[in-house]
Design a protein around this ligand. Structure first.
Ligand SMILES: Nc1ncnc2c1ncn2[C@@H]1O[C@H](COP(=O)(O)OP(=O)(O)OP(=O)(O)O)[C@@H](O)[C@H]1O
Length: 250
């Protein structure tokens, strides 16, 4: 079975800088693949090329075996490349359940109206409630989004991104700005979601990365220097040197 996402020989140059240096990477069904690396290593640049916000100079990107190089960012989103925290916007005055139900409604191709009849409303709310239960957020269903904590909002955004049923999710630092218990909540939630949608995860929180990732790829100066499970990465000499180098510089 081909990987959900395959990046082959990707190159991105900014003037003289090689920001992406012949990167090969794949994302498989059911996995969380973390992309880590020091500041400026090229993680965001790589993710931006995958979702189509940046063009690449060389190489190819395949979604379920099909090249998507010629597709624009909106077209890639339509083909199932999902990315929080940009693709969905929360309606603060509405409940968590209604926010998720609205995304269900949009996915089902209905008009953007706050529910057009009791029957459809019940169906959409049932689907939304199921999603919230799977994510461990059922007890917040009736809470207004305005009344959620920052971490809970990020979790709801993630549920909404999943309600669009993407083929994969690109997550750029989902733990950023979260407190300790909120990070723990996000880790639990991502752990549950991996079976629903494969995730390419950029994250600086190494505890979260080591807790969640099936595989980890390490990017240094635009180049993947190692890919493997947590133990392989922890013991890789080039990785240790890259991170030690960063500590020395601090
Ligand atoms: N639009 C741009 N024009 C020129 N250089 C850029 C541009 N975007 C990024 N760069 C450079 O490309 C390199 C990689 O940047 P990028 O933001 O992808 O790294 P990163 O690994 O995501 O960093 P961080 O962890 O700090 O977010 C950096 O040297 C950065 O200065």
């Amino acid at each position: 079975m081909s990987p959900v996402l395959e990046v082959r020989g990707l190159v991105k140059r900014f003037d003289g800088l090689l920001a992406t240096d012949h990167v090969d990477l794949d994302l498989r069904t059911g996995e969380i693949h973390a992309l880590i690396g020091p500041n400026g290593a090229g993680k965001s640049t790589l993710i931006n090329q995958i979702c189509g916000e940046l063009t690449h100079d060389e190489g190819s990107i395949l979604l379920e075996g099909q090249p998507i190089d010629a597709l624009t960012a909106p077209q890639r989103a339509q083909h199932g490349i999902g990315r929080t925290f940009q693709i969905v916007q929360l309606i603060g005055e509405a409940s968590v359940l209604d926010n998720v139900a609205l995304v269900e409604q949009v996915r089902q191709g209905r008009t953007w109206r706050l529910f057009d009849g009791r029957k459809s409303r019940v169906g959409l709310r049932d689907s939304a409630m199921e999603r919230l239960s799977t994510a461990g957020l059922a007890d917040r269903a009736d809470t207004r989004v305005l009344d959620l904590s920052h971490g809970e909002r990020k979790q709801v955004e993630l549920v909404m991104a999943c309600a669009l049923r993407p083929r994969l999710l690109l997550l750029d630092e989902p733990m950023a700005g979260l407190g300790q218990s909120e990070s723990a909540g996000m880790v639990t939630m991502l752990d549950r979601l991996r079976h629903e949608v494969p995730i390419l995860l950029i994250e600086h929180d190494m505890d979260a990365v080591f807790a969640l990732a099936d595989r980890i790829s390490v990017l240094v100066y635009g180049r993947i220097v190692a890919t493997g499970n947590a133990d392989t990465i922890r013991n890789d000499p080039e990785v240790r040197q890259a991170y030690l180098g960063e500590e020395d510089a601090a």
